[in-house]
Design a protein around this ligand. Structure first.
Ligand code: FE2
Length: 193
């Protein structure tokens, strides 16, 4: 089954953003990609994903609704096991690669998609060789950069992590959904920590 409606809504959302860094990659990115026929792959956290509807931003609502509607048709991935950050995180987090080397739409230029963290997940400090851009769809996350204080980011804000920048994320009260984009480096890398 196609996930094209979600791909189109994702592109539309990105196209409306005016952050300089977004425009920098968006305007040069060729969105005319063929779709891979990926089978849905579900993980336990998918059962909680609809909870984010109560917390999404106004400008994010259309995309978040569609994502929730299509959650069972997507290939969900996890890069960590219980040995990394514990069983709780494994049971309550996951991501979808909409675009990328493994994604629903193939690209070796960027990897991008959605990441979900259920209430109570504490994702400790980690880093990776790719630059990472996040757009929180919900204002429920506490984000730390360069080992600094945790700060709340609202829905629709932008969070930029330079390559190998140390960063961490906590979701103490309510679940988080965010768009993520990786550029440069190994786009399928497991983070170091
Ligand atoms: Fe990261």
């Amino acid at each position: 089954m196609t996930v094209k409606p979600l791909y189109d809504a994702f592109r539309d959302y990105i196209s409306m953003r005016d952050d300089e860094i977004t425009r920098d990659w968006f305007d040069r990115f060729d969105w005319n990609l063929p779709e891979r026929n990926l089978k849905p792959e579900l993980i336990p956290a998918v059962g909680e994903v609809a909870e984010v509807l109560s917390f999404c931003g106004k400008g994010e609502e259309r995309l978040v609704k569609l994502f929730v509607e299509m959650r069972n048709q997507l290939q969900w991935l996890q890069s960590y096991t219980a040995d990394d950050f514990g069983q709780y995180m494994v049971d309550h987090y996951g991501f979808v690669e909409l675009i990328g080397t493994r994604g629903h739409y193939p690209s070796s230029e960027i990897a991008a998609g959605f990441v979900f963290f259920g209430q109570g997940v504490d994702y400790p400090n980690h880093w990776h060789g790719s630059e990472a851009i996040y757009y929180p769809m919900t204002g429920t996350g506490l984000w730390s950069q360069y080992n600094g204080e945790y700060e709340t980011k609202k829905a629709g804000e932008i969070v930029i992590h330079e390559p190998n920048e140390h960063h961490a994320l906590k979701v103490p009260e309510n679940p988080l959904l965010a768009i993520w984009i990786w550029r440069g480096g190994n786009l399928a890398q497991k983070s170091d920590y």
